[in-house]
Design a protein around this ligand. Sequence first.
Ligand code: ADP
Ligand code: MG
Length: 250
Amino acid sequence: MVQAERVSKRFGHVEVLKGLDLEVARREVLCVIGPSGSGKSTFLRCVNHLEQIDSGRLWVDGELVGYRQKGDRIYELKESEIAAQRRDIGMVFQRFNLFPHMTATQNVMEAPCRVKGLSRRESERQAREQLERVGLAHKADNYPVQLSGGQQQRVAIARALAMEPKLMLFDEPTSALDPELVGEVLDVMKQLALDGMTMIVVTHEMGFAREVGDTLVFMDDGAVVESGPPTEVIAHPQHERTQSFLSKVL
Ligand code: ADP
Ligand code: MG
């Protein structure tokens, strides 16, 4: 579903991704850990077309992200083609970024209604279904201020799911939450994984990585240092940098 080959990304003179290689199979849950500033968010942003890579290749579901290959030549996609690629990717951020003047339902139906052109009636029906999926049917008509952080993040997940993505990206989805609210969000993500969603999850919730992740990647300094089955990487990290990082988060 995702393949990164020697992906590099610079901001000015600073190289943030330095030849990153990584693969995510369909239905796989890939968890990513690594120190602050190692390029985790930048990588997700590249996958989701929020940043353009400088070199290397990045594919999502067999298509080059932002480009089309014809024989030996590579063309940049037009805005409308990029929008079409983005539509299939859901992203959930640390900050939930719900529209404050809209109810939970309105937040969830906004994109399907506007981008997919579904009728209000149909998008509202689907929105309520997605809210039920994240356990928030009873909060459908509440505004974000009336919801806890955990509930807001679950609405954000429902909002991403409403576009029926084939890939979900999570960027530290629980790190802004009070500790007692983390579990409800992780439970929703776990259910999503059980439903077969392909997911890349940047998280330092090692319990989640161990239980739900198929693969755990340790990133440092813009590259993958080590990856493998989570239990292996956690119990027997091969690299000194992984050992040192794990000793701080476990
Ligand atoms: P992580 O998510 O692993 O903490 P990031 O991908 O957010 O790391 O950032 C990696 C590096 O790139 C950091 O040094 C950060 O300051 C830098 N960076 C991220 N975004 C930008 C940007 N838009 N402009 C300049 N530097 C950036
Ligand atoms: Mg980050």
